[in-house]
Design a protein around this ligand. Sequence first.
Ligand code: 2M8
Length: 443
Amino acid sequence: MSVTVDTRALRDRAAAVLHGNDAGSWTKASPHLYPHQWSWDSAFIAIGWAHLDVRRAMMELEQLFTAQWTTGMVPHIVFRAGPDQPYFPGPEWWDCASVPAAAGLPVRTTGICQPPVHALALQRIWQLTPRALRPEIRARIRALYPKVVKWHRYLATGRDPEGSGLVTAYHPWEGTDNSPRWDRALARIEVAKPGPYTRLDTATLGDPSQRPTNWDYDRYLWLVSLLRKYRYDDAEIHRHYPFQIKDVFFSAILVAANAALLDLADTAGASDGDREQLARWLDRGRQGLATRFDTQTGLCVDYDVQAGEQIGLRTFAGFAPLFAQTTDAAQQAAQLRQLDSADFCGNPDFRWPLLPSTSPAEPAFEPHNYWRGPVWPIINWLLWHSLSLLGYVARADEIRRDSLGQIAAAGEFAEYFEPFTGKELGSPQQSWTAAVTLDWSES
Ligand code: 2M8
């Protein structure tokens, strides 16, 4: 389906959402549901800001990295909103201030992380920097770059002690909360007694059916209590902790992010050592993903380390080779066939031929429930970005056009969209949706 989109008007409205969520030096992920600074949201948000003000875009990332742990980890939430903007679970559930790696931080944070989109943001900022501002922005990139390398080093070592090229995720909150990818691993947790708690998300949103269940939340919070017990120590976690998943999507973003850092190496004045290291991580990541590629289905599959089993569900994460910009022609062809099959974008009943978070062919598919089916603009942005870089320019442009059409038709910068109707779901005025709209409007 195609509609005529007034791109200029959409762009102005997207800019207004970012301005509305701007807290000065950082941006709320959304005005009510997510009032703090989230890690990968911030990266997308910086891409949006880069179209309005590259200095402000740099500041978004610089602020986020002030919360970087001494291990190199960039925490998934930096708690910055005041007490008038409650969020659950807050810093007390995480209790990170007493952890040595986070003890000296000026802000309170969580103890887990999210996909490293930040290098892609840095790359976009530099591409959009006007000539007159280049000396200043180059200097700021030079200052931030080693911190981003350190972040990638944490993921390549602390999160991959086996040197497999695949990142081990510790928690559903490390990106795609209630994705059915985690269902079996969560179901194996026999006793989940996180203690009394009151959720705020379902009340804020008003429709619990668009959010994870209480069964999920019991387990999310129980896992936090275990991480707390292990003092967020990676070695302890790898030894004892029940939820450890080699996450192909997270790993693919690390590959793409390492490629982006290499692309910026001259601008940032990277050392030879850093360049060699980044190239090794990039290569190892691609090899790791190749070991998880299923030639039968044409999709990549996650691996549950504790259970020793594959997670063969059809979700957006199966396109990890595309997200990692694989150079393997056979993989590219197989992935593109899957992408446009009825199991994904080619579903004849979809309002827009966009990538859903979970395939409608999966029994766990729920079209209105969060990461279990809806279309997420940021995921489609990552796909568009990769396809463009791989040279599939026409297919990429269709994704861009249909994504803008979806957002314009719904009339809201929603967190996610129902795939059959295109209806807006989740939080309105979601910053990262506005940010990718800005990027798409200008591309
Ligand atoms: C969602 O996650 C938070 C917890 O981190 C939540 O549900 O409360 C996820 O979509 C996550 O990927 C995203 O970063 C966050 C803020 O947009 O919301």
